[in-house]
Design a protein around this ligand. Structure first.
Ligand SMILES: Cc1cc2nc3c(=O)[nH]c(=O)nc-3n(C[C@H](O)[C@H](O)[C@H](O)COP(=O)(O)OP(=O)(O)OC[C@H]3O[C@@H](n4cnc5c(N)ncnc54)[C@H](O)[C@@H]3O)c2cc1C
Ligand SMILES: NC(=O)c1ccc[n+]([C@@H]2O[C@H](COP(=O)([O-])OP(=O)(O)OC[C@H]3O[C@@H](n4cnc5c(N)ncnc54)[C@H](O)[C@@H]3O)[C@@H](O)[C@H]2O)c1
Length: 498
């Protein structure tokens, strides 16, 4: 008889949701967390701190009011690192308190320490006070997440050359910042610091950024960043990073020979799975070269059936939102209770300044699948709410199938995008058509009215009934067939466990 039904390693979104789900099913659950407090990367160094920093920066700078009062408008003239940290600490305390309470209410047992496998059903836990403990369990969920990728040639110094965890501890707001890597983390922080009037330069080895987002949205976003003097350098690789002696400036030399200078460097070139200390071999498991684990995308089982993995450690999409859902499904499966499949489309929110949010297929994906389509676009400045808020930017784009008239994708850049997207997400997953937007009444004045405007924009070109569709050039799919709109695969290819 094992001591536990499920031992969860890691208390981030995947671990937390899994543990509570199993406890609700009256199973004996233990959560092992090596950090001082529960919550994982999401609460302590990732989602919540970065979004709190964003909110504080926008509030203290008066960013949202600048449409009315001009670019020089400020709520607080001198914004210090301490101003930014104060709100962060309060938010984190609340998050941890809520989580601790959830664990207690649901009788989830907790242990502070680092877990590793002794054999496939036994874990050894090195507690922070030096004590070693062994526990046995019927199933294990690895929800260990990731940590920043730190290559040896980058001279991280905890002060001026930083990864995204260390950025939260800065003592001063830099006047200039070089961000290496235009992934989601790099772009979110780059634009937040730009809103704080830091001169920001982004260096990205690829020719483009955020390739999974609809191109038209990324173009609008890029235009906005350049318009406020952010420097975006694509297609260039960093050769070296150095710092002048005695706390001087940082110099970033690119392979092209170009040299950049700034007070701080943020290195944000991806993350690696935190699997190296788990002694995976003792459980018969192996991680890939980025520390990630392969799982069955339906059940989240690893190659050892009673050991599950969920969250960032299994790779794409690496979101707090999807990690929670993966943890819940894994826990149900682990304790023998079936879980229904998640809906076909999940939203993606990038909390840059401005926000981007998207759900469903991009125009490039629709074209690639050979689906005849029409698009509808609305600019926030066309809405009365936009006028009231002083918005001169912001755009919502929807893509509809010409044959079925169903919504295929919604893509938004601008204020409130991460909230607004859920209207499109609901219509998409409930298989709604363009008529939903044309026939329904929206609150007025709201930014959500942009849905109506974009719906009408598409409808005006689509006409009343089904149409033959000349818009997209039908391309063979990767299966070699041409996709008919009726057969359109509503489920995006599962990338979660790749
Ligand atoms: C800067 C940043 C911003 C982000 N913003 C967003 C956002 O806006 N929206 C969004 O949806 N997602 C965002 N994410 C992603 C989100 O944070 C992750 O998807 C999420 O945290 C993953 O959850 P997880 O459960 O896999 O593990 P994590 O949150 O990574 O937690 C893993 C936990 O496991 C513990 N652990 C690891 N190994 C062991 C061990 N051997 N023994 C015991 N404990 C162990 C760690 O200490 C850690 O607490 C962001 C990430 C970053 C870095
Ligand atoms: N709002 C959100 O939902 C949110 C926010 C932040 C992070 N996240 C998640 O966290 C995960 C990690 O984000 P990330 O930004 O660290 O990784 P990423 O993989 O999204 O981006 C890394 C970027 O760095 C570039 N790069 C890779 N190697 C490089 C090198 N040697 N030098 C310079 N640039 C290099 C890549 O081309 C890429 O553009 C993402 O998958 C994302 O889903 C989500």
């Amino acid at each position: 008889m094992y001591q536990y039904d499920l031992v969860v390693i890691g208390s981030g979104p995947a671990g937390r949701r899994a543990a509570i789900q199993a406890a609700k099913l009256e199973k004996r659950v233990l959560v092992v967390e090596q950090g001082r407090r529960v919550g994982g990367v999401s609460v302590h160094t990732g989602t919540i701190p970065s979004k709190t920093l964003r909110e504080t920066a926008l509030n203290l700078t008066g960013w949202r009011e600048r449409g009315f009062y001009g670019r020089a408008y400020r709520v607080k003239q001198e914004i210090s690192a301490e101003d930014l940290r104060r709100r962060l600490l309060i938010t984190l305390d609340h998050e941890v308190e809520v989580l601790e309470h959830q664990f207690a209410r649901n009788r989830v047992q907790q242990m502070r320490g680092r877990a590793q496998f002794v054999d496939p059903h036994t874990l050894e836990i090195a507690k922070s006070d030096g004590e070693m403990l062994r526990v046995t369990t019927a199933s294990v969920l690895l929800a260990v997440g990731t940590r920043p990728y730190r290559p040896p040639h980058i001279p991280f110094d905890d002060e001026a050359v930083l990864d995204s965890d260390e950025l939260l501890e800065i003592k001063r707001v830099p006047r200039s910042l070089i961000v290496v890597g235009a992934g989601v983390i790099g772009i979110e922080y780059a634009t937040i610091f730009s809103a704080l009037d830091t001169q920001v330069t982004v260096v990205e080895p690829r020719e483009t950024m955020l390739d999974f987002i609809d191109k038209e949205i990324v173009e609008d976003f890029t235009y906005q960043l350049r318009d406020r003097n952010m420097k975006l350098i694509f297609g260039q690789t960093v050769e070296s990073v150095e710092r002048e002696p005695n706390g001087g400036k940082c110099r970033v030399t690119l392979k092209s020979g170009r040299s950049l200078q700034a007070e701080m460097v943020l290195f944000a070139a991806g993350r690696v799975g935190a699997t190296d200390t788990l002694n995976l071999a003792a459980a018969g498991l192996e991680a890939d070269n980025r520390g990630r684990l392969k799982v069955d995308p339906e059940t989240f089982q690893t190659s050892v059936p009673h050991i599950y993995a969920a969250g960032d450690v299994v790779g794409f999409p690496s979101l707090a939102s999807t990690s929670m859902e993966q943890g819940r499904i894994a826990a149900r499966h682990a304790v023998g209770v079936p879980a229904s499949e998640p809906p076909q489309y999940f939203p993606y929110g990038i909390y840059a300044v401005p926000e981007i949010s998207t759900c469903g297929l991009s125009e490039e994906e629709v074209l690639q699948r050979g689906i005849p389509y029409e698009t509808g676009i609305a600019h926030f400045r066309e809405t009365s709410r936009g006028h009231i808020m002083g918005l001169d930017t912001g755009m919502l784009k929807m893509i509809f199938s010409l044959k079925t008239r169903r919504l295929l994708g919604v893509h938004i850049v601008g204020e409130g995008a991460t909230e607004l997207v859920h209207i499109g997400q609901a219509v998409l997953n409930l298989k709604g058509t363009v008529e939903y937007f044309v026939e329904n009444t929206f609150n007025y004045p709201t930014l959500a009215e942009a849905y109506k405007i974009a719906g009408l924009d598409a409808w005006n070109r689509m006409g009343e009934g089904p149409k033959e569709a000349p818009v997209a050039t039908a391309q063979p799919t990767d299966t070699g067939n041409t996709v008919s709109p009726q057969d359109m695969p509503l489920k995006p290819k599962k990338k979660a466990a790749s």
